[in-house]
Design a binder for this molecule. Structure first.
Ligand code: RP5
Length: 272
């Protein structure tokens, strides 16, 4: 995987321009004497409970490449290097130092649910068209792009729990749903969400990545073969999502970060 979306233009939520890194200079093993990226850490993350302090802060002794209390500082990409006290992006240069808007130095772990069904053909017979696989996409509030309804793993949280929680928050608006309604969902979807298949685990080409902080995810596929479980669900955008819909998986699809690669992996699994 090469940096594409985390190597171009202005850094999100800022006026900071990334240092332009050509394809041939992304790898740290390629010498690049002129490399002089700006440093940026969004002031908005300062003091947030989900964010690390500055690296040089007395008393901050992160256990790099380890499980650090409830924070997982291990990378799926193998051991990352620490250079001058700072973790180094395992894929290479991004044109920006610091943490940007990410909370953790080093890997920031997320989980992504890829909920799929066959497209419904409503011609009276109401059957499924098994040549077209659909997945639930949300429209992100920050970039306006369509994306998987994923989110950050809470400290100590089981990753598959994050994937399901995020689906409920972003695609079903669980944060504004009554407890009694949620209890009905839990019974209805318990079995469905226990059948997830891990599709991907690793680095994400996320526009928020920097040389010292980056996104990693585990993506799970939950497939509704008959379309009768979540396939018939009323979707409702919530939390950080401003839209939600079933989307056909086609070659033209354009998604946030490297989500298209994960969706394509599900397509390959289901359409073989
Ligand atoms: C992506 O950012 C992950 O794949 C996941 O979809 C998402 C998590 O960040 P937030 O949606 O919580 O901002 O890299």
């Amino acid at each position: 995987m090469m940096h594409v979306k985390c190597r171009s233009g202005l850094y999100p939520r800022s006026l900071v321009q990334r240092f332009a890194v050509p394809d041939s200079k992304v790898s740290w093993s390629t010498e690049y004497k002129e490399y002089d990226p700006p440093s940026h850490t969004d002031p908005g993350i300062d003091g947030k409970p989900w964010a690390d302090p500055e690296i040089v802060r007395p008393g901050f002794t992160p256990k790099w490449n380890n499980i650090d209390g409830k924070v997982n500082r291990k990378s799926y990409m193998g051991p990352y290097k620490i250079v001058n006290s700072y973790p180094l992006n395992p894929i290479g240069r991004t044109g920006l130092q610091g943490r940007g808007v990410l909370g953790r130095w080093g890997p920031n772990h997320a989980a992504d649910p890829i909920v799929t069904r066959w497209k419904k053909i409503e011609n009276g017979a109401n059957h499924n068209d098994k040549s077209i696989l659909q997945f639930v996409a949300i429209k992100r509030r920050d970039t306006g792009e369509w994306a998987l309804p994923g989110g950050m793993v809470d400290p100590g949280e089981k990753i598959s729990t994050t994937a399901i929680r995020e689906f409920e928050e972003e695609a079903m608006n669980s944060l504004e749903t009554s407890e009694s309604e949620k209890e009905i969902w839990r019974i209805k979807f318990k079995e469905f969400f226990s059948t997830g298949i891990e599709i991907y685990s690793g680095y994400v080409d996320d526009p928020r990545n920097t040389d010292n902080a980056w996104m990693e995810t585990t993506a799970y596929n939950y497939h509704d073969e008959t379309g009768s479980v979540v396939g018939s669900l009323q979707l409702k955008a919530g939390d950080d999502a401003v839209g939600v819909k079933w989307v056909d998986i086609t070659p033209e699809l354009n998604l946030y970060a490297s989500h298209k690669d994960m969706v394509n992996a599900v397509l390959a699994l289901r359409c073989k």
